[in-house]
Design a protein around this ligand. Structure first.
Ligand code: FAD
Length: 483
């Protein structure tokens, strides 16, 4: 495996809306920016396939929009992040026009059924409406001096003295190992809906950013909340026993990850030097998110993460990479070629089946527990995965991320013994603010297993948690309402 070195101020991982907006912000702050992405501009990521809607918030609506975000998330949002999002989205969305994005206001009921209001609409080619955002932002990033490399899979974050200062990546065309040293890294790798057998995200949405951050020691938050596409009627039937498990598992599947890497207002993770934006970050939306708010969030958080990373890079000398970490990663990747073992694609299918059947829309203690054990058995099998070319190797690396992220989702879903927002525990069908007004934080323990902590939610602005719902506005309604 040949080795190449690159040095930059800011490494951005992911060329969706969040990564591109971060790259533009950091380049405008006069930083050297390198943007790596495993998916090229010719293939869709989640940003490219949006239904076309993005949050529109006039200044006088900030307070009410913030309240809607927190209520929709059933009071688990980090209210400081949600407030920052609601205030910043006012200007950050129309500002997209500065980069050549075409958009107009149109009436929609997307956010909440029965409550029509204006949202930004992005007209684009059929099934690729999000290219209306992606293409101009990509052009802007290049024009401002960012280096954009497609078909490059980031496999591991590199750290020095506890601070993230680079990454290793695999050139999917040549199979070379690319070693990047950077003063700060922005992860904008999207969500993890591709962990489930049934889902509507483009290929490759395998939770890599969650896996990269988790492996490096960062905290993940609200991982039990994934949006599944059951209609209001189906969800009601599921909770009243009129929809069988089998019928629930025949529904379209996973759509969006509400949780992700825990960040602060600077969009910094719990690891110095590591910033996170877009669907890869958790905290803003709590247990469910409003329609159109993902597009608002990728633009707001992307910009903030890019600016904060640039601020960090400004006064920081380049740190020496820990070459031992590079050697270990190179040996790990090369070993896949030396084995004559299981093809990674088959294992990925197994992981997806287990995740859908045990951690999908039908969640009960016994199923979650058995799913967790099955994932651990698959991890043992994954040790013998083999690869014949860089594409196979990509799948093998993704399976590693999927197993870590799947385990994090499973332990959080198992612990949260209530139903709330997008988390449906059929053996605990009520929400409970008395017991569960907390965020579940997962980090990698010293023994390599997930370490779970429950942290009470800080009710910093809305100081009283009101009634909670099961379901989300996006799927057309809620089941029940309880304190
Ligand atoms: C069908 C569909 C319709 C939707 N419609 C809407 C809508 O109308 N309005 C709305 O607000 N939201 C919508 N959403 C949600 C929204 O599209 C996503 O939440 C958002 O686009 C995520 O953007 P992102 O930049 O965070 O990630 P993405 O757009 O998913 O980009 C992630 C990037 O990271 C790269 N990447 C991942 N892992 C690695 C790695 N290891 N190494 C290198 N690169 C990596 C990928 O190549 C990809 O380019 C929709 C989602 C779907 C699936």
């Amino acid at each position: 495996m040949q080795r190449r070195h690159m040095a930059t101020d800011i490494l951005v991982v992911g060329n969706g809306g969040a990564g591109l907006r971060a790259a533009v912000a950091a380049a405008e702050a006069n930083c050297r920016v390198l943007l790596l992405s495993k998916i090229g501009a010719d293939r869709p990521n989640s940003t490219a396939v949006i239904a076309g809607w993005g949050a529109h918030v006039p200044p006088q609506d900030v307070e009410s929009y913030f309240r809607m975000v927190v209520e929709e998330g059933n009071y688990l949002s980090d209210q400081d992040l949600a407030w920052q999002y609601a205030t910043e989205v006012v200007d950050r969305m129309p500002e997209l026009r500065r980069f050549g994005v075409e958009m107009h206001l149109a009436e929609s009921t997307l956010e909440r059924p029965g409550t029509a209001r204006n949202l930004w609409y992005f007209p684009g080619p059929p099934r690729r409406l999000g290219d209306a955002i992606r293409s101009p932002l990509r052009r802007a990033a290049s024009e401002k001096g960012a280096t954009v490399l497609d078909d490059t899979l980031v496999t591991r974050l590199l750290t020095s003295d506890g601070s993230v200062n680079g990454a290793t990546a695999l050139d999917l065309t040549t199979g070379d190992l690319v070693v990047v040293s950077a003063k700060a890294v922005v992860l904008a790798t999207g969500g993890a809906s591709g962990l489930y057998a049934r889902q509507n995200n483009p290929a490759g949405t395998t939770g890599d950013g969650f896996g990269l951050a988790y492996a490096a020691g960062a905290e993940l938050v609200d991982m039990e909340f994934d949006t599944f596409m059951l209609s209001h009627q189906q969800l009601q039937a599921l909770f009243t026993g009129r929809l069988t498990d089998e019928e629930a598992l025949s529904t379209p599947g996973a759509h969006h990850s509400c949780g992700g890497v825990k960040v602060d207002l600077a969009r910094r993770s719990t690891l110095p030097g590591l910033y996170v934006a877009g669907e890869a970050a958790g905290g803003t939306f709590g247990s469910a998110r409003l329609g159109g708010s993902a597009v608002g969030d990728i633009i707001v958080s992307g910009c903030l993460a890019g600016l904060s990373a640039a601020e960090t890079a400004r006064d920081k000398p380049g740190l020496q990479l820990d070459q031992d970490q590079v050697v270990i990663e190179r040996a790990r990747l090369a070993a896949f070629f030396d084995r004559d073992g299981l093809p990674a694609r088959a294992l990925a299918r197994e992981v997806r089946r287990v995740m859908w059947e045990n951690m999908g829309p039908v969640r009960r203690e016994a199923g979650l527990q058995s799913g967790l054990e099955k994932l651990r058995a698959l991890r043992a099998k994954a040790a013998s995965m083999s690869a014949r070319n860089p594409r196979d190797l990509r799948h093998a690396v993704e399976v590693g991320f999927m197993l870590d992220v799947g385990e994090a989702i499973a332990v959080a879903a198992l612990r949260r013994a209530e139903s709330r927002g997008t988390h449906w525990r059929l053996d605990h069908p009520e929400p409970s603010n008395t017991d569960w007004l907390c965020n579940l934080i997962v980090r990698k323990g010293a023994d390599g297993a997930p370490d779970l902590t429950a942290r009470p939610v800080a009710l910093s602005r809305i100081t009283h948690a009101g009634p909670c719902r099961i379901g989300s506005a996006w799927t057309g309604g809620y089941v029940g309402l309880a304190a």
